[in-house]
Structures are given as structure tokens and as C-alpha cells.
Ligand binder design. Structure first.
Ligand code: CP
Ligand code: NVA
Length: 307
């Protein structure tokens, strides 16, 4: 692993290796192990968009590993406006050991990776959210699900989180189905990449078809950051795609409900389902911390002997 820009850049072995490191770091932290394998290191945290989970988990994750996060608001550093993206990448490479970036255009994080001499981590772009997908599949793996045998149903927008989930699912052998309104399918390039990776992917338009027999129902907001101007048409397009108790009734009785959060309660998911016994949304949120610590640990070449 050199960068984490797209979920599809990893191999199955790298993903499973990250899960093992994440589980070890999670357990170690909980039993009071306090190594600092990244002592003295720094990680630039660039955010062009708002965040709760990603910012806190990168800052706290860095701290728990002995490193320091340096938060940089997008508006302040002006990626591509105040300064060209390659110049930002080259400069940061002189001072810090890694960059995590939440950006609008996916090309921005690709450009950071192309020009930085240090690892670059995508903390969400318009096209992908690989850290989220790693935490999500880590959550399922940790619960003992057979990732090569499960059927994961994505209900709603074929968006950035969906893209990374599909790519990770393909690498891990999960069977994936997306139920979305016509016109809101995952990007054709992502669908093609999923299939090239040997992934099993169905696209349907009736959420009940996707939910039937599913082990996991996953949903996300209908209006992602940057799409606020499309609010009216999106609310209309997605009105039949709510994850509620009726839809959950089509899934396996043991099915888990996932949401990357933040949720728009009453839109893509009801309170009863998000707060209900099948929901693992808070486990996913907790595991963002552990999965990203594993990513930092691996990308920065840490070993517990350094501690
Ligand atoms: N799921 C997620 O990335 O949350 P934030 O937008 O709050 O970082
Ligand atoms: N699809 C959402 C995910 C937020 C974590 C967005 O991009 O706003």
C-alpha cells in the first residue's frame, strides 16, 4: 500500500491484513496497551467539506498512535485556487508524513497522491469514501460474517460511499445489489471496475427486490455534500427508497442495517430502523477509528517494535 485513494486500489490480502491490524489495535487500546508506533510523525488533514466522524477519527487515531494531526480547512489553504494542488502536495511532503484529504473533485486527491512524496489517504471525495468501506467491512468481518458468502443490498443513491463499498465488496467476494431510481446508478466506470475485479453486482430499481434475502441493508443520504441544489428533485426521486421496517421485513431475519452517517432521519432511514436492534451504524462509526489507525499504521510503515 502506498496511498489509499480508491477502495479498488487494494488487494483482498491487503484488506484482510488491515482488518487484522485494526482488530489488534482496537483490542490493544481497550486493554490499556499504549504503544506509540508513530511517535513524532505528523499527518495533514485537509477538509474541503464538513465532517464529524472522519475528522475526529483521524485526529484521535493519529494521537493514539503517537502522531499528530494538523487540520487544514480547505477554504484556508485554497486547494487549486490559492495554490495549485501539486504545489500543496510538494510542500506538505517537506513537513508531514502523510496527507488525509476530504475533497470535492476526486481528481484533487488523485493529484495530491501523484505529486506528494508521502502517502495520501482519501477521506471522501465526490467519487469515493474508501476509509468508510474499510470500516464497514471490518465491522462485518469482526462480527464473524463470511464476507465471501453475504449479499449486501445498497438502497438509494449510487454515490461515493456506494462506489467504495462495491469495490471493497468485489475484492472480498461479497454479492452486491444496488436498488436506485433510474439515473442514480453507480458510475458506469465503477460498475465496470467491480466486474473486472470479479465482483457480483446487480442493479435493480425496486428496493424490495434488493432487500429480499439480503444479509445487509445499507443506505446513505439522498443528498450528498455538494448536491444541495438538487434537493427537491432528489427528495422526489428517492421517496420510494426509504429503509424502514417494512423494507427490512424483506431481508433475512438476521439482516444488519448499515449507515455511514450522518443520517437524515425520516428521509433515507426511519428512527425505528436506525435506532433498532438490527442497526450497526454506531459500530461502523466506532470502527472508523480502528480501521483508519490500521491504514496509518500500514501506510507509514509502523511496527509495534518501534514503540
Ligand atoms: N461517515 C462519515 O464520513 O462521516 P463524516 O462526514 O461526519 O466525516
Ligand atoms: N454520501 C455522503 C457521505 C457522507 C459521509 C456525502 O458525500 O455527503
Amino acid at each position: 500500500m502506498k496511498h489509499l485513494v480508491s477502495a479498488g486500489d487494494l488487494t483482498r490480502e491487503e484488506i484482510l491484513g488491515l482488518f487484522r491490524v485494526a482488530a489488534d489495535l482496537k483490542h490493544g487500546w481497550k486493554v490499556g496497551r499504549r504503544e506509540a508506533p508513530l511517535a513524532g510523525r505528523s499527518i495533514a488533514l485537509i477538509f474541503e467539506k464538513p465532517s464529524l466522524r472522519t475528522r475526529v477519527t483521524f485526529e484521535v487515531g493519529a494521537l493514539q498512535l503517537g502522531a499528530r494531526g494538523v487540520y487544514l480547512a480547505g477554504g484556508e489553504i485554497g486547494l487549486g485556487t490559492r495554490e495549485a494542488v501539486p504545489d500543496v502536495a510538494r510542500n506538505l511532503s517537506l513537513w508531514v508524513d502523510a496527507i488525509a484529504a476530504r475533497v470535492y473533485a476526486h481528481a484533487t486527491v488523485e493529484s495530491l497522491a501523484a505529486h506528494a512524496g508521502i502517502p495520501v489517504i482519501n477521506g471522501l471525495s465526490d467519487a469515493e469514501h474508501p476509509c468508510q468501506a474499510l470500516a464497514d467491512f471490518f465491522t462485518l468481518w469482526e462480527r464473524g460474517l463470511d464476507l465471501g458468502a453475504i449479499r449486501v443490498a445498497w438502497i438509494g443513491d449510487g454515490n461515493n460511499v456506494c462506489h467504495s463499498l462495491l469495490l471493497t465488496g468485489a475484492l472480498l467476494g461479497a454479492s452486491m445489489v444496488v436498488a436506485c431510481p433510474p439515473g442514480y446508478e453507480p458510475a458506469a466506470a465503477v460498475q465496470a471496475r467491480v466486474r473486472r475485479l470479479g465482483g457480483r453486482l446487480d442493479i435493480v430499481h425496486d428496493p424490495r427486490d434488493a432487500a429480499t434475502g439480503a444479509d445487509v441493508l445499507y443506505t446513505d443520504v439522498w443528498i450528498s455534500m455538494g448536491q444541495e441544489a438538487e434537493r427537491v428533485q432528489r427528495l422526489e426521486a428517492f421517496s420510494r427508497y426509504q429503509v424502514n421496517e417494512r423494507l427490512l421485513g424483506f431481508a433475512k431475519p438476521t439482516a444488519l442495517v448499515m449507515h455511514c452517517l450522518p443520517a437524515h432521519r425520516g428521509e433515507e432511514i426511519t428512527d425505528a430502523v436506525l435506532d433498532g436492534p438490527r442497526s450497526v451504524a454506531l459500530e461502523q462509526a466506532e470502527n472508523r477509528l480502528h480501521a483508519q489507525k490500521a491504514v496509518l499504521f500500514e501506510l507509514l510503515g509502523a511496527s509495534l517494535d518501534d514503540a
